[in-house]
Design a protein around this ligand. Structure first.
Ligand code: UD1
Ligand code: CA
Length: 449
């Protein structure tokens, strides 16, 4: 059966105290609404609709950026969750199967939970609501059940004292029959304490029409919505806890998992080891058997099988490390392909570069890639040996098996197998060191007397 998605993202998010629409705030380096979409990605939804309102232009741009196949509709005035869903009617015209309604500010719903809701639909319910048992039910909508069956949802503002004692609460996530949901929503009115069109009213309307309704429950942590910066931080921490478990389950060793930070798309292969205090920015793939040593920061890069990175390394976007590469302490790389088994072990900057297999860049090697206006490339051939403290002034090319003398400033190409010396010749002056020192010491003695 086909699945479709509506993500509600029109709300103001006033309590974020932000100029950025709430659903564009990030956890794991991805906007909140992208997490809502990701929860449903296992269901392979056919049509996905984002309902934008507050900050709609920014939300539209971010949605287009994430995936040009997303449909975006506008809800110019926020008249309630039912009204928000109604805006998606055109975009889902003729759709069959299941429609899931998710909130763009609720990023932690587990894929298994949505799968269970889909199953409840298959078991005969026209409308399935995701509920949870709230530790503190506060102002959540309450699920009114009778003999285990969902009768209706009552919003806190409209609830009696007795109804407010119910702890089974509405998460906001709904899965309904695509051919019925818009007719149900159309029947919703705004005659209630808030004067809003409540999506939650479709439960009672469905029951009145003789349709079946059902509740699926999940742990409260999944249903957490982000309304404040404090909640954003808490969602980040829950996301990280999950990402760490996923990495461990996938066969990576994390020596101190609680100190490793992941992005939404970090991929670690089997037998990868991650030492303490490592940060993964977006777009990192680490291949099997690689080791990321302590205090390293990686983003937008591939680390080949068996490579060793860090401690204290910084891999920036466009870094591609071949298998067995060694990147040592205080090394920064950017937009650099580093061939199999090459070594950059100490205190280097390698940017806009192609480094050949088994090349060795000595301590303090710098690619001088920027002339203040343009960026230029450096190419180093296979097995080349670059002496310590070499400045490679790009554009420049070192051939395979080439060498540079320590301290060289290399401004022209070096042929295959050649040694380049590009520094002043050394002169030794006999006895002069001692004579100079004696004179200085005598001068100091005079001064202190
Ligand atoms: C809603 C539910 C409540 C549930 C709670 C869970 C209704 C009537 N109530 O309440 O039962 O316990 O969520 O958090 O559905 N939105 C729009 N357009 C609108 C209104 C809302 O896009 O016109 C979006 C918001 O951006 C937000 C989501 O819908 O992502 C929920 O809206 P919110 O106002 O937070 O719902 P609650 O009143 O908290
Ligand atoms: Ca509200």
């Amino acid at each position: 059966m086909a699945t479709h998605l509506i993500v509600l993202a029109a709300g103001a998010g006033t309590r974020m105290q932000s100029d950025i629409p709430k659903v564009l705030h990030r956890i794991g380096h991805a906007p909140l609404f992208a997490h809502a979409l990701a929860s449903a990605s296992d269901l392979s939804p056919e049509r996905r609709v984002i309902v934008a309102g507050h900050g709609a232009e920014a939300v539209e741009a971010a949605a287009r950026d994430l995936d040009p196949d997303l449909a975006i509709v506008r809800q110019d005035r926020q008249l309630g969750t039912g009204h928000a869903v109604a805006q998606a009617r055109g975009a889902l015209a003729g759709a069959r199967g299941d429609v899931f309604v998710l909130y763009g500010d609720t990023p932690l719903i587990a894929p298994e939970t949505l799968a269970a809701m889909g199953q409840a639909r298959r078991d005969g319910a026209s409308v399935v609501v995701l509920g949870f048992d709230a530790a503190d039910p506060g102002r959540y909508g309450r699920l009114v059940t009778c003999g285990g069956k969902l009768e209706r949802i009552v919003e806190y503002q409209d609830a009696s004292d007795e109804e407010r004692r119910i702890t089974l609460c509405n998460s906001g996530v709904i899965c309904a029959d695509a051919e019925q949901v818009f007719d149900l929503v159309e029947a919703v009115g705004d005659d209630n304490a808030s004067g809003e069109y409540y999506l939650t009213d479709i439960v009672a309307i469905a029951r009145d029409r003789g349709l079946e309704t059902a509740v699926v429950t999940c742990p409260e942590t999944e249903t957490m919505g982000v309304n404040t910066r404090a909640e954003l931080a808490r969602a980040e921490s829950l996301f990280q806890a999950r990402a760490r478990l996923r990495a461990l389950d996938g066969g990576a060793t994390l020596t101190a998992p609680e100190t490793v930070f992941f992005a939404h798309d970090t991929r670690l292969g089997r037998d990868v080891t991650v030492e303490p205090h490592v940060v993964f920015g977006p777009g990192v793939a680490v291949e099997p058997g690689a080791t990321i040593r302590a205090f390293s920061h990686l983003e937008g890069c591939r680390v080949g099988a068996g490579a060793v990175v860090g401690p204290y390394a910084r891999l920036r976007p466009g870094t591609d490390l071949g298998s067995g590469v060694k990147i040592g302490n205080f090394v920064e790389t950017k937009n650099a392909r580093i061939g199999e088994a090459a070594k950059v072990n100490h205190l280097s900057y390698v940017g806009d570069a192609d480094i050949g297999a088994s090349a060795n860049l000595g301590a303090g090697t710098i690619t001088c890639n920027y002339d203040g206006v343009f960026k230029h490339r450096t190419t180093v051939g296979a097995r080349a040996f670059v002496g310590s403290n070499t400045m490679l002034v790009a554009p420049v090319e070192l051939g395979s098996d080439a060498m540079t003398a320590s301290g060289s400033v290399i401004t022209s190409d070096v042929p295959d197998g050649a040694l380049a010396l590009a520094r002043a010749r050394q002169i030794n002056k006999d006895g002069m060191g001692k004579r100079l020192m004696d004179r200085l010491r005598a001068a100091k003695k005079k001064e202190t007397h």
